[in-house]
Design a protein around this ligand. Structure first.
Ligand code: SAM
Length: 286
């Protein structure tokens, strides 16, 4: 038998991760641990903590070890089939909240939904919106569907999440409607980017995509070129991208004929999403 304080100091993990394991697997919140580090762990709990710590030490993300990650105030189940949702991606949800009135129905599309973090969070924040979500991975779509069922009110006026499988807009089919807002966090990491090693437990399809290239822009290029055909007049396209890709993405949005092109910075001051709007009809054309 060992004490909680002893396990914490000997586990060899970052303190934040160790405290998360204590809270989630031993049901010992931080405040209780501070007040009672002498609390004794039983053998079953110690074995559970040790097994989780061993997985974390190999580099497996905490979210996969726990099986969930919080995003925009909701707890999403995440398996290794999906990218672990990142806090920076919440900017896409904030963009949607700014551009969709809570009182009106609207149609929204999430490109590359993964765990469903963005689509479900938008659907939760804007219950009247009809939210579509697509992905090339069937396992990801199953995870997104599970999260939607767990987290969304089944009687929301916008209905259930509409999940589609396939390669970007081809997943929608010929009779798909146009959207009031399209958001997405597509793969944007270059095929030889040195950061990929640290991300080795997450799906390559989510990181470099099915069109690997050196600058990481192949999927963004594909999406931005095709998007205007899927937007209603006056509708926005907002996409997450890499820390050094904002200029290139704004250029792509301008070349695609979108207007009001701009980028939004994350909390670290980095241009993290870029957006453009399909021109609203002019008064002469109305
Ligand atoms: C960076 S992850 C984003 C996941 C989730 N939206 C998030 O922000 O946490 C990119 C997602 O795009 C999907 N994807 C990659 N290539 C695709 C393609 N050609 N068509 C549709 N989805 C694709 C991946 O399976 C993955 O779920």
């Amino acid at each position: 038998m060992i004490t909680a304080g002893h396990w914490l100091s000997e586990c060899g993990l970052d303190r934040i991760d160790a405290l998360a394991l204590m809270r989630e697997l031993a049901d010992i919140p931080h405040a209780r641990l501070l007040a009672h580090p002498e609390f004794t762990l039983d053998a079953v709990t110690t074995a559970r903590l040790d097994a989780a710590a061993a997985r974390l030490r190999t580099g497996i993300p905490l979210a996969y070890v726990l099986g969930w990650r919080e995003f925009h105030g909701l707890r999403f189940a995440v398996s290794p089939a999906v990218l672990v949702p990142r806090p920076d991606t919440e900017l896409l949800v904030e963009f949607a909240r700014r551009h969709l009135a809570s009182t009106h129905p609207a149609r929204v599309l999430d490109l590359g939904t993964g765990s469903g973090a963005v689509a479900v969070s938008i659907a939760d924040a804007r219950p009247r919106a009809e939210v579509w979500a697509l992905d090339a991975s069937l396992d990801a779509l199953a995870q997104a569907g599970d999260n939607a069922r767990t987290l969304l009110d089944p009687s929301r006026p916008g209905g259930v999440l509409k999940l589609r499988h396939g390669d970007w807009f081809a997943a929608l089919g010929a009779d798909a409607p146009r959207f009031d807002l399209i958001v997405g966090n597509p793969p944007y990491i270059g095929a030889h980017d040195p950061h990929l090693d640290a991300l080795r437990y997450e799906p390559a399809l989510a990181l470099v995509g099915a069109r690997p290239c050196d600058d990481g822009l192949a999927d963004l290029r594909h999406i931005i070129t095709a998007a205007p055909r899927h937007l209603l007049p006056g509708a926005w396209l907002a996409l997450e991208h890499g820390y050094d890709q904002a200029t290139a993405v704004r250029d792509l949005l301008n070349v695609a004929g979108l207007d009001a092109v701009h980028s939004v910075r994350d909390l670290a001051g980095i241009e993290r999403i870029s957006a453009g709007r399909l021109s609203p009809p002019t008064s002469a054309a109305r």
